[in-house]
Design a protein around this ligand. Structure first.
Ligand SMILES: [Zn+2]
Length: 604
């Protein structure tokens, strides 16, 4: 309700304003046709850490052309204002310089002198290592179209465009875009154009056929993933992708590219999804850890869930404002549930591995202040600092598990959450639209033989009540045990979510807060354990479990480019650990549900 108003207004206001003769700045660009983009990245650009973007188009008169650069990259759910990285903007027509000024912070107003071709050109500062942004090294460039490709404001996004990349001879290019000539690529509309990031330069690249299409694996720097570790990545992709394809019965891409950067300046890892590729940025400590197959499975599942099956609030994408949706827990949390399912169904982990991943999510939710999935979904755009900002990942994943079990129970294991996902994919995406909350719950209820989810929704999705694990898990022959441990805790976490964010979270009033650690600091090490190690918290707890309360703990952070060592005082807290295990004597039905869930089958 709240959402379609905004979109309708734009659709109506734009055509009304356009013909009006006014001295007020019009919100709509003059029409432009034959749009071409050109990206220039040489070794010299790389040394300067910038890239040059040019846009050429044809105008039919002298009316002002309004060119906007997106405020965000879809999938990242934060306003980045990429226009801030633009430098040396210029415009020309037939060799003459054109006048320009800014219409708003993200929009340039260019004044053509006559009918004909216009070119605008700018440099983009490429020093942000973020998978939604643009990042250059002397021999390499990652760029996103949302950074480098302006669009004519108010003219819709259904225009075809081409991209030519000028770069050093012998350097490679990897992208999901369709090639239409040497280093030339085309997209049929702007949404596709900016949804296909590029690797340009020197990097390793190989490919393999999976589920009947070519999958490419591009890794920078050259040599960062070779030999056994590279074989292991391919093994994971060959196991996870078919398990995900089976959910939808559809391979939605003609090729898929995994674009991966490893850099020592980055700790942890993050991925950002696109329709036929994703970009991973990893610290060296992530290589070879179980986090990687989990990250790939998550990002690739997004090719269906969010890039195609998408909440109506984000359909179509727009680039000039936030697009909050209360359903992000479906797009992110349920994607994370399917990442775990793809791993167990594909044989990357066994059932116990699946239970351990679920335990971690339950423990994370238990340790977080109560937050409704719909509220956390909406709030992510402002990055809440109370610890609930990204809870829609883990809690949304657990909601997926509970709904899956309830659908299987109510349908005697004839249907599952897989049917819900596939039904909505066909009903909404295949008909060129987003899905609504009502449609989601109606589809869930129908799959569950008409069982009502009104109460479940009110208490656990819109509401903040603790999940009913003890009621639902036994329906799948599972049980949850809890034990309380007295554990050392400083109240600090370095959180890399899968949308490209990399932030330190500090619990208010905690020992870390008292030591002066601030949200946003880059965490280097805690008590001698490198924060790049995905298991540092476990190692920290084991090392200090018997130390006296109040012991000094060195915390090394980087703030504003400088490293600092702070001293925190050791505190102990009571922590509830959850352990999911199989009921050794489940009912025949519960056993079928458990096996069906783990293997991806429905069978009474
Ligand atoms: Zn995600």
């Amino acid at each position: 309700m709240r959402k379609s108003t905004v979109r309708l207004l734009t659709g109506i206001v734009v055509p009304l304003l356009a013909p009006r003769a006014s001295t007020q700045p019009s919100a709509t660009s003059a029409p432009v046709t034959d749009i071409r983009y050109e990206v220039t990245f040489t070794r010299a650009n790389g040394e300067r850490r910038q890239v040059t973007s040019a846009m050429t188009f044809t105008v039919g008169g002298t009316e002002a052309v309004l060119l906007s650069i997106p405020k965000w990259t879809p999938g990242s759910y934060e306003i980045d204002n990429f226009a801030r990285d633009v430098a040396n903007f210029s415009a020309e027509q037939a060799g003459a310089t054109l006048a320009w000024d800014k219409l708003d912070p993200n929009t340039w107003r260019v004044r053509p002198r006559s009918v004909g071709e216009v070119t605008v050109r700018f440099d983009y500062l490429a020093d942000s290592l973020d998978n939604g942004n643009t990042w250059a090294r002397p021999d390499f460039l990652l760029f996103n179209g949302t950074n480098l490709f302006p669009y004519p404001k108010g003219r819709g996004f259904d225009f075809p465009a081409s991209v030519t990349v000028n770069t050093e001879a012998g350097w490679k290019i990897a992208t999901g875009m369709t090639s239409s000539g040497p280093r030339r690529y085309t997209a049929s509309n702007y949404h596709d154009l900016v949804d296909m990031p590029f690797f340009v330069g020197q990097f390793d690249l190989d490919s393999a056929q999976i589920s009947g299409t070519w999958v490419r694996f591009a890794t920078y720097p050259s040599g960062s993933v070779t030999g056994g570790p590279r074989v292991a990545v391919w093994e994971a992709l060959k196991r996870a992708i078919p398990a995900e394809v089976k959910v939808f019965g559809d391979v939605p891409w003609t090729t898929y590219s995994v674009l991966q950067i490893v850099d020592p300046s980055y700790s942890g890892g993050s991925g950002l999804e696109h329709q036929n590729s994703h970009v991973d940025v990893l610290g060296p400590g992530m290589l070879g850890t179980p986090v990687l197959p989990s990250l790939y499975s998550h990002e690739i599942f997004h090719a269906w869930n969010v890039k195609r099956l998408r909440p109506s609030e984000m359909w179509p994408y727009r680039y000039d404002t936030e697009q909050p949706t209360p359903l992000l827990w479906i797009s992110e949390g349920i994607t994370d549930y399917y990442a775990d399912l793809a791993e167990v169904r594909g044989g990357i982990v066994d059932a116990n591995g699946f239970y351990t991943m679920t335990d971690d999510k339950i423990s994370e939710v238990t340790a977080t202040p109560p937050a409704a999935l719909e509220d956390a979904s909406l709030s992510t755009w402002i990055h809440p600092r109370d610890g609930t900002g990204y809870i829609y990942y883990s809690k949304g994943s657990l909601a997926g598990l509970l709904i899956d079990i309830m659908v299987r129970d109510a349908s005697d294991n004839r249907r599952s959450l897989d049917d819900v996902m596939r039904t909505l994919y066909n009903a909404a995406y295949k008909n060129g639209r987003g899905f609504t909350s009502d449609e989601w719950w109606a589809t869930v209820s129908k799959a569950a033989n008409g069982k009502s989810f009104t109460d479940f929704y009110a208490r656990y999705i819109d509401g903040r009540e603790p999940f009913p694990y003890d009621k639902v898990l036994p329906l799948a022959g599972l049980r949850l045990a809890h034990d309380t441990a007295h554990v050392p805790q400083l109240g600090i976490a370095s959180l890399q979510d899968s949308s490209g964010l990399h932030v330190t979270q500090v619990v208010p009033e905690s020992s870390a807060a008292a030591a002066g650690v601030q949200p946003g600091d880059q965490l280097i090490s805690v008590g001698g354990f490198n924060a790049d190690d995905p298991n540092w918290t476990e190692k920290f707890r084991a090392r200090y479990a018997r130390s006296p309360e109040g012991s000094d703990i060195p915390v090394v952070i980087r703030r504003g480019g400088a490293e600092q060592t702070l001293t925190a005082r050791l505190r102990f807290v009571s922590r509830v650990d959850s352990h999911l295990s199989e009921d050794p004597r489940p009912s025949a039905k519960a056993r079928r549900i458990r096996e069906g869930l783990l293997r991806g089958i429905t069978q009474p």
